[in-house]
Every structure is written in structure tokens, then in C-alpha cells.
Write a protein that binds this ligand. Structure first.
Ligand SMILES: C[S@@+](CC[C@H](N)C(=O)[O-])C[C@H]1O[C@@H](n2cnc3c(N)ncnc32)[C@H](O)[C@@H]1O
Length: 261
């Protein structure tokens, strides 16, 4: 590659080889990114092309599945919040079984495998079975959605902390984790929070956060059918009810939402 006179980089003659750098006999936990297939990493595309077996979730877009060869065994495990087509224990068992019998096994998940993706549990199962594994990170929905909307998740003077939380209530949980949460100089991103929107907003208001704190709810972030509803802690529930948003949705709360053009 050489530099042109005006310092613009000249493109290489050939595109990078997608089949290089992938080791054999491994189970790969691969992040498919936040939805837009163009946000898939090059490494994820390489691994997908070599997959002998693919276990994938509901939130993985059809276009991403096109990287997989025709001979690859595809297993839909359809997992999402509150809708486990295949229980996690069974997914772990399948990963171990195929990891022993096949060369390249890919567990493909929406976003990033380690952000609310139960990737840690799957790795534990693979470790216990003595199998080789590798994680290929993906663009988690918080980053994809924020970029698509032009919301800087951190910004000098507005937010110096980014908090990623699940809205999914844990078993035996009595006190809401949104109770006594001060959002000053922070950005809060909530995954799987749609069903608890009313109680989350109520808790945040009771915690002395301004009723004018900006909120965005993004449905199908980074996809062609992306839908965005914005408001404040005071107005967002009414707007959400009016717009009839459905899963998957991400909630972003904080002053940075107001910086969106
Ligand atoms: C089980 S979590 C998986 C998160 C994923 N591992 C990630 O890093 O983005 C599923 C939740 O992620 C959020 N989500 C995933 N994809 C989304 C999308 N395209 N648009 C909006 N929210 C999405 C929703 O809150 C959904 O309920």
C-alpha cells in the first residue's frame, strides 16, 4: 500500500483473505453485533465461513447467516429474554457434544457474547469438558444504537460514567437496583428493560433525578426497521404506550440523549 500525493491511502489490490487466521478444532463464541450485518467484525465473518456447526439466537439477522456454508449444520436455539426455546443447560450440552465431534463450532449471539449474553456460562461448560474455545467480540447494542442515533455515551461535561444494566429482575430480588440511583454525570443503558419501564422510571424519579432527564427507547437498533421514541423521565411512559414499542428495545437515559441532533 502506498500513499498518494494528497496523503489519501490507496486501497490494496486485493481484499483481505477471509479464510486466514482461524485455528482448527475450536468452539467459537461469536458476537453478531447489534443488528446491521455490516457491523459484523472481519474475524466473525472468517469464523462463520469455516463453521461446521452453527448454534444461533433469535436476535441474529438473516444477512449474517449468509456467511455460513451450505454444508454447515444450523441449530436455532432461539434464546431471548423470557423466551428460552432451548434451555441454557441444553445449549451448553450441545456446544460440548458438537465441540467434541466437529472441527469449527460457532455459537453466534446478538451483540457481544459477554454483555448479557451468558457467554461466561458457556465457556465454563467448555472448560469443564476440556475443549478449546475462543471469544470473538461483537458490537453490543448499547454501542450500535448510540452510534446510529448520534448519542455520545460519554461526553465531557455531561457524562463521565456509562452504566450497562439489565432490566430483568433477578430471582428473589426484593429491592429495585434503580432505587437510589443518581444519574448526575452518568449515562444509563438498560437491556431487557421494556417490561419494567414503568417501575424503572418511577424508581428513578423517586431517587431525586430530574423529571426532565432525557430518555430514548430504541427498537430494532441499527436495523432498517429501527424505531426511536424520545422523551424525559416524566413523559417517556406515556410516549411508549402511544407508540406501542415491542421487543427488542434498548433504553438510554441521561443528559447525553439530549445531545442527539
Ligand atoms: C439477552 S440480551 C442480549 C444482549 C447482547 N448480547 C448485546 O450485547 O447487545 C437481549 C436484549 O438486548 C437488547 N437488544 C438486542 N438487540 C437489540 C436491537 N437490535 N435493538 C434494540 N435492543 C436490542 C434488548 O434489550 C434485548 O432484550
Amino acid at each position: 500500500m502506498k500513499l498518494l500525493k494528497n496523503d489519501v491511502m490507496e486501497s490494496p489490490q486485493t481484499s483481505p483473505r477471509l479464510d486466514s487466521g482461524v485455528k482448527s478444532k475450536k468452539v467459537y463464541l461469536v458476537g453478531a453485533g447489534s443488528g446491521d450485518p455490516d457491523l459484523l467484525t472481519i474475524k466473525a465473518a472468517k469464523v462463520l465461513q469455516l463453521a461446521d456447526v452453527l448454534l444461533f439466537d433469535r436476535l441474529v439477522s438473516e444477512d449474517v447467516l449468509e456467511y455460513v456454508s451450505k454444508s454447515c449444520i444450523r441449530i436455532f436455539v432461539g434464546k431471548e429474554c423470557d423466551y428460552h426455546t432451548v434451555p441454557q443447560e441444553e445449549i451448553n450440552r450441545l456446544l460440548v457434544e458438537y465441540g467434541k465431534s466437529h472441527t469449527v463450532v460457532v455459537r453466534l449471539k446478538g451483540g457481544d457474547p459477554f454483555i448479557f449474553g451468558r457467554g461466561g456460562e458457556e465457556i465454563q461448560a467448555l472448560e469443564e469438558a476440556g475443549l478449546e474455545w475462543e471469544v470473538v467480540p461483537g458490537i453490543t447494542t448499547a454501542l450500535g444504537a448510540a452510534a446510529a442515533l448520534g448519542i455520545p455515551l460519554t461526553h465531557r461535561g455531561y457524562s463521565s460514567q456509562l452504566i450497562l444494566m439489565t432490566g430483568h429482575k433477578q430471582k428473589d430480588q426484593t429491592v429495585s437496583e434503580f432505587h437510589e440511583m443518581n444519574l448526575l454525570n452518568k449515562t444509563l443503558v438498560i437491556y431487557m428493560g421494556l417490561n419494567r419501564l414503568v417501575s424503572i422510571v418511577t424508581d428513578l424519579l423517586h431517587s431525586n433525578n430530574s423529571k426532565d432527564t432525557p430518555v430514548a427507547i430504541i427498537q430494532n437498533a441499527t436495523l432498517s426497521n429501527q424505531k426511536v421514541v424520545t422523551g424525559t423521565l416524566e413523559t417517556i411512559v406515556e410516549k411508549y404506550n402511544r407508540e406501542k414499542l415491542v421487543s427488542p428495545c434498548l433504553i438510554i437515559i441521561g443528559e447525553v440523549v439530549g445531545l442527539r441532533k
